[in-house]
Design a protein around this ligand. Structure first.
Ligand code: TEU
Ligand code: CA
Length: 542
């Protein structure tokens, strides 16, 4: 397999609204990101996935785009964007844009035109359908943000499709003009020097809604091959598709180099392990560590030469990992480092979501008034109407709600964590006086410095990027695996529990490469791990 830069770097996701505010309006912005590039350079990352910064009315915080070739007023100007690309480049960091092309905002001029009537030249840019015989929605299809996925338009007597909010109408990918508009727009950004694209819900673009087909539609891969040819195919860009339902077999369709589609996908199989199978994400179930081991090991081994993995615990839609599967009370620092070590020594491209490198935790709230996220608010009203208790709803939202990941970043112990001199759009978690970037940088034992070290190990040792993966049989709460490259062999051991665990490995080691405890790692033939202990060792020949 040909080697690519995007296999060797660590990517950092920025949710711009919450990263750094440069002008005191309480909203993070592009100049704030430019201010903090040196910080990201210190961390050691090679690319930034920038959540959407395009013009948007913010019904879904930028995932509803009204102009793909302009910047959101609150975030700055196109000149700021160009400066960000150039300044990042100086530090060896590429900017990966969020490509949200399953849908637009209802304020996009295509939709404003489309809505004008059946004869409008933009009508077929979106998915319109006649009412069912009883006048109701064309089909039973439900929106991800709840309620029918069809919205009636008085003017023309038809319904339009919105798989997300009513203000996010779905584009009609069957229309070749739509596809060409998207490719032209991608080339506009490629010409500006971006390093790639993260493709929002890309598995939905081949939908046939009237037949109930949403994800993995029949023409999905034909479209992606066409896109590849029309845009980034002859350039070495990072392209990563968000694909919630991908299996390894499906992932290979996207990322097999021979097929000329994408670099890799985000798969979510591990992320779905803590809800009741077949139920909603809000129906919580504790994580079974042996399932996590089985799922991640399957992905490590099954792609082979026909694909490349992305590695992540967090993003702007998911709860903070240290609160979700770690212990954010008694072992916050240790369990945050344990998850970092576990993921960063695997094969694939790791993604860090802003604040993960500080060990930031979820932010439980007591009322829905404290939340901003459209998914959370819609879920609240839906469950109230279905008779759920407020307590149970808040419990689910505190565990899984998207605002857990969207609180502003605490940069220092100053007011509002130094994120803004004004009033933040969403309140910071009150513990910013203890947990903030400045404190993390100063403390050599911080979560930040573990992330920095893991990134450095990846840069210094090809085994981390290219080595083969093999799971080691251990007691169920211990996750241990080998990486092997030529004569070199590393062992990663992580105790994912609040208790001591014993391991017995028939091997000796030369040196410890990284660890999250002060305890010395001794004879592996009979070793007792303390709670959440994690380390990586280089094994000796024999
Ligand atoms: O997410 C896709 C998506 O389906 C999410 O809504 C996710 O399923 C949900 O948070 C889990 O319940 C992408 C973006 O990452 C998300 O922020 C957007 O809201 C969504 O697409 C629509 O663009
Ligand atoms: Ca601002």
């Amino acid at each position: 397999m040909e080697k690519h830069w995007w296999q060797e770097v660590v990517v950092y996701q920025i949710y711009p609204r919450s990263f750094k505010d440069s002008n005191g309006d309480g909203i993070g912005d592009l100049r704030g990101i430019i201010e903090k590039l040196d910080y990201l350079h210190t961390l050691g990352i090679g690319a930034i996935w920038l959540s959407p910064v395009y013009k948007s009315p913010n019904d879904d915080n930028g995932y509803d785009i009204s102009d793909y070739e302009d910047i959101m007023d609150e975030f700055g100007t196109m000149a700021d964007m160009e400066e960000l690309i150039a300044e990042a480049d100086k530090r060896g960091i590429k900017i990966v844009m969020d490509l949200v092309v399953n849908h637009t905002s209802d304020e996009h001029h295509w939709f404003i035109e489309s809505r004008k009537g059946k004869d409008n030249p933009y009508r077929d840019y979106y998915v319109w359908a006649n009412p069912a015989e009883d006048g109701g929605a064309p089909t039973e299809l439900q929106s991800v943000f709840l309620g029918s996925a069809w919205k009636y338009d008085e003017g023309s007597g038809q319904y339009f499709l919105h798989l997300f909010s009513q203000r996010q109408p779905d584009l009609n990918w069957e229309n070749g003009k739509v596809r060409q508009e998207v490719y032209d727009m991608m080339n506009f950004w490629i010409d500006k020097g971006v390093g790639g694209f993260r493709m929002d819900v890309i598995d939905l673009i081949g939908k046939i809604p009237l037949e109930g087909i949403t994800s993995n539609g029949p023409k999905l891969h034909e479209y992606l091959q066409e896109m590849n040819k029309a845009t980034f195919g002859d350039k070495d860009l990072l392209t990563v598709g968000e694909t919630w339902g991908a299996t390894p077999e499906i992932a290979k369709l996207y990322s097999n180099p021979a097929r000329h589609e994408l670099s890799m996908v985000f798969q979510f199989e591990h992320s779905l392990l803590d809800n009741e199978p077949g139920k909603e994400k809000w129906d919580l179930k504790p994580l079974d560590v042996s399932e996590l081991k089985a799922v991640l090991s399957k992905w490590q081994t099954e792609l082979g030469e026909e694909g490349w993995n992305s590695l992540f615990w967090n993003n702007h839609d998911l709860p903070r990992i240290v609160s979700r599967w770690g212990n954010d009370k008694d072992y916050r620092v240790r369990s945050a480092k344990a998850f970092a070590i576990l993921l960063h020594m695997m094969k694939g491209t790791p993604y860090i979501y802003q604040g993960e490198e500080l060990g930031l935790t979820n932010t439980p709230v007591s009322s829905i008034e404290e939340l901003d996220d459209i998914e959370s608010i819609n879920m609240y009203h839906d469950r109230i109407a279905r008779g759920f208790s407020v307590e149970s709803i808040m419990e689910s939202l505190n565990a899984k709600g998207r605002d857990n990941a969207r609180r502003p970043i605490p940069w220092s112990a100053e007011a509002n964590g130094g994120f803004t001199t004004g009033t933040p759009w969403l309140a910071l978690k009150p513990n910013y006086k203890e947990i903030n970037v400045e404190a993390e940088l100063q403390n050599p034992d911080s979560v930040f410095h573990t992330y920095r070290k893991l990134i450095q190990l990846r840069k210094d040792h090809p085994i981390v990027v290219w080595g083969d993966y093999e799971l080691l049989e251990t007691s169920s709460n211990v996750f241990a695996y080998y990486r092997t490259l030529g004569e070199e062999r590393w062992l990663t051991v992580v105790n994912l529990s609040n208790f001591e665990e014993k391991i017995s490995v028939d091997a000796r080691f030369n040196r410890v490469l990284v660890t999250n405890t002060v305890e010395e790692v001794t004879d592996l033939h009979a070793y007792t791990l303390s709670p959440w202990q994690a380390f990586v060792v280089e094994l000796s020949g024999n």
